[in-house]
Design a protein around this ligand. Structure first.
Ligand SMILES: Nc1ncnc2c1ncn2[C@@H]1O[C@H](COP(=O)(O)OP(=O)(O)OP(=O)(O)O)[C@@H](O)[C@H]1O
Ligand SMILES: [Mg+2]
Length: 504
C-alpha cells in the first residue's frame, strides 16, 4: 500500500506535541498531575520567541530585498539603454532590442537625459500598467518622521506583492548614477519579483527554524542546569523533609549560590531548622504533660490520704487544732479537686468556670492564710476590699488566680537581701465590672520576664520557677472573659485583673 504522505504530514504536529509533553522535567515528575514540565514549557516559549524575533527582522528585510531587486533592474535597463544608443545610425534592430530587454528582464525602457525625454527601448507588446513606483531621490523626504513613514510605505508595498493579483505589470522610476534631473523609467512584469521574494522568504524561514532550534536548545540546557535542576533538588528535599520533619539530618544544605535560588535554599534551611526545633520542643512538652499526668494521679491519692488524716485531726479538742484543721481540710479539698479536673481533661486543660456570686474579701483572706501571710516582721498583708463586694466567678479558679499572683509577690519580696515589704490586694466594683489588684513593693518584674510574661514555660526569670503561674492565671481569667495585665508602677509590681459579671 502506498504511503499516505498527507495524512502523515497532518499527524506530525500532534506527534511533536506528544514528544514535547514527554520532555517532563523531574520537577513535574514528582507531581501527581500530568502536564507539561517546566523544561518543555521553556523549550516551547524559546522557540516561539525566537520565531517572533525572526518575523520582526524579516518584515523590514523583505522590503529591502524588493528595493535592491528593482534597483538591479533599473541599472540593467540603463546599461541596455546605453547599449541601444551606441548603435551606429541610431536605429536599433528589433532582434537586438528584444535581446537587450530580455537580458535586462524588463518590457520597456525610457529616460530623461539632458532635458529630453525619450523612449529608448520600446515594448514589443503594449500593456496596461497596473501600478507605478517612484524611487527617485526627489520622491524622498526629509526628517525622521517622514523617513519612518517612507519605510512603512515600502514595507506595505513589499507585503502587498505577496497578495497582489497575478500577472501585474508595474512601472518603476529611478535615477541610478544619473545626472541631477535625469531619470530612467522601466516597465516590467511583477511575477519574477514575486518569485524571488518567495524564494528569499523561504530561505529566511528555514534559517529562522534552524536558529530558533539551536537557540532554544541552548536556552533549554542553560535554564535546565541553572533553574530546573536546583528547583528539583529543593522540591525533593521538601518532600523528604515533610515525611520526617523531626529528622534534623533532612534539613537542606544550602549551596554557595548568591542568587535567588541560593536565597531560597538558605531560607528553606532556616525554616526547616526552626520547624524541627519546634517539633522537638512540642515532643518534650508532650512527654512532660504525660509525666505531669502520672504524678498528678498519684499525688491525688496522697492528698486524699492527707485529707482523711486531717479529718481525724479535726476531732481533737485542742483549740489551736480546731482553728487550723478546717482550713487545712479546705485546702486539701481544693488540691484534690484540681488534681481531679486535670486528670479528667488529660491535657491539663481547664474545666469551664462554674460561676456564682461570691464574697471576695473572705476568699482573699483565705489566700493569705494559705501562703502564711502576714509574716511577722517581714511581709505585711493588706486587704482593701469592701465586705459587701461580691464577684461573679468560679471560687476555686479565682482562688488559684489570686494565689498565684500573691505567691509571686511573696517570692519577689523573699528574693531581696532583707526580706521586708508589703503586699496589697485591692478591689472595687464599677457597675458590672470588678477590678482587682495585687501589688507589692518588691524589686519589680525583671525585663527578661516581661517579654513572655503570660506564656507557659517562657516567662520565668526566677531560680526554681517553672513559668506557669502567670500563664495559668491568664488562662483562668480569660475563661471568665476578663483581662489581666501588669500595671506600670514606680516601685514593685502590680497586676490588675478585671472580671465582669455574666449577662443575666
Ligand atoms: N510580683 C512580682 N515581682 C517581681 N517579679 C515577678 C512578680 N510576678 C512575676 N514576676 C516575674 O515573672 C516571672 C513569671 O512568673 P510566673 O508566676 O509565671 O512563673 P514563676 O513564678 O517563675 O514559676 P511558677 O509560678 O510556675 O512556679 C517570675 O519568674 C518573676 O521573675
Ligand atoms: Mg509564680
Amino acid at each position: 500500500m502506498p504511503r499516505d504522505f498527507t495524512a502523515e504530514a497532518l499527524a506530525w504536529p500532534g506527534k511533536l506535541w506528544e514528544r514535547i509533553r514527554a520532555i517532563r522535567s523531574p520537577l513535574s515528575a514528582t507531581a501527581e498531575r500530568r502536564g507539561v514540565g517546566l523544561s518543555a514549557k521553556l523549550l516551547l516559549l524559546t522557540i516561539v520567541f525566537v520565531m517572533l524575533a525572526e518575523v520582526l527582522i524579516f518584515v523590514p528585510s523583505i522590503a529591502n530585498f524588493r528595493i535592491t531587486w528593482l534597483s538591479d533592474r533599473l541599472v540593467a535597463a540603463r546599461l541596455a539603454g546605453l547599449a541601444a544608443e551606441a548603435v551606429p545610425g541610431g536605429v536599433v534592430p528589433d532582434s537586438l532590442r528584444s535581446e537587450l530587454l530580455r537580458t535586462a528582464q524588463v518590457r520597456a525602457v525610457a529616460w530623461k537625459r539632458a532635458g529630453e525625454r525619450r523612449l529608448v527601448l520600446p515594448s514589443d507588446t503594449p500593456a496596461d500598467i497596473d501600478e507605478s513606483f517612484d524611487f527617485r531621490s526627489s520622491a524622498r523626504v526629509q526628517g525622521v518622521w517622514q523617513e519612518m513613514k517612507l519605510r512603512l510605505r515600502l514595507i506595505r508595498q513589499a507585503l502587498a506583492v505577496f497578495f497582489a493579483k497575478e500577472g501585474r505589470i508595474i512601472r518603476v522610476l529611478g535615477e541610478p548614477n544619473m545626472a541631477p534631473g535625469d531619470f530612467i523609467e522601466i516597465v516590467l512584469p511583477e511575477a519574477p519579483l514575486k518569485a524571488a521574494m518567495i524564494r528569499y522568504g523561504l530561505n529566511v524561514l528555514g534559517l529562522s527554524v534552524i536558529i530558533s532550534i539551536i537557540t532554544a536548545a541552548l536556552v533549554y540546557f542553560a535554564l535546565n542546569s541553572l533553574l530546573v535542576q536546583p528547583m528539583t533538588r529543593i522540591t525533593r528535599n521538601m518532600l523528604s523533609f515533610s515525611q520526617r520533619p523531626e529528622d534534623a539530618s533532612r534539613i537542606i544544605v544550602p549551596s554557595a549560590r548568591t542568587d535567588e535560588i541560593g536565597t531560597a535554599e538558605r531560607e528553606l534551611a532556616h525554616m526547616q531548622a526552626e520547624l524541627t526545633q519546634m517539633l522537638q520542643q512540642k515532643n518534650r512538652l508532650a512527654a512532660l504533660g504525660l509525666a505531669v499526668s502520672k504524678i498528678n494521679h498519684d499525688l491525688r491519692n496522697m492528698l486524699a490520704n492527707a485529707q482523711l488524716i486531717s479529718d481525724r485531726l479535726g476531732s481533737l479538742p485542742d483549740p489551736a487544732v480546731q482553728r487550723f484543721a478546717p482550713k487545712l481540710i479546705a485546702s486539701l479539698g481544693r488540691a484534690i479537686n484540681l488534681a481531679d479536673s486535670t486528670l479528667k481533661f488529660g491535657r491539663a486543660e481547664e474545666a469551664p468556670p462554674r460561676r456564682e456570686l461570691i464574697p471576695l474579701r473572705p476568699l482573699v483572706s483565705e489566700v493569705g492564710d494559705g501562703l502564711g501571710l502576714p509574716r511577722e516582721g517581714a511581709v505585711d498583708w493588706h486587704i482593701e476590699i469592701d465586705e459587701a463586694l461580691r464577684i461573679d466567678a468560679d471560687r476555686d479558679q479565682l482562688f488559684r488566680i489570686l494565689s498565684n499572683l500573691c505567691r509571686n509577690s511573696l517570692q519577689a519580696l523573699e528574693q531581696q537581701e532583707v526580706v521586708k515589704g508589703h503586699i496589697h490586694v485591692t478591689a472595687r466594683r464599677e457597675g458590672k465590672r470588678v477590678t482587682m489588684e495585687v501589688r507589692d513593693d518588691g524589686p519589680g518584674v525583671p525585663e527578661k520576664a516581661r517579654a513572655h510574661l503570660f506564656q507557659a514555660f517562657q516567662g520565668s526569670a526566677r531560680k526554681g520557677g517553672t513559668g506557669l503561674g502567670l500563664a495559668v492565671a491568664h488562662e483562668l481569667v480569660a475563661a471568665h472573659g476578663g483581662a489581666i495585665r501588669l500595671r506600670d508602677t514606680e516601685k514593685g509590681a502590680a497586676f490588675e485583673i478585671t472580671i465582669s459579671d455574666r449577662n443575666t
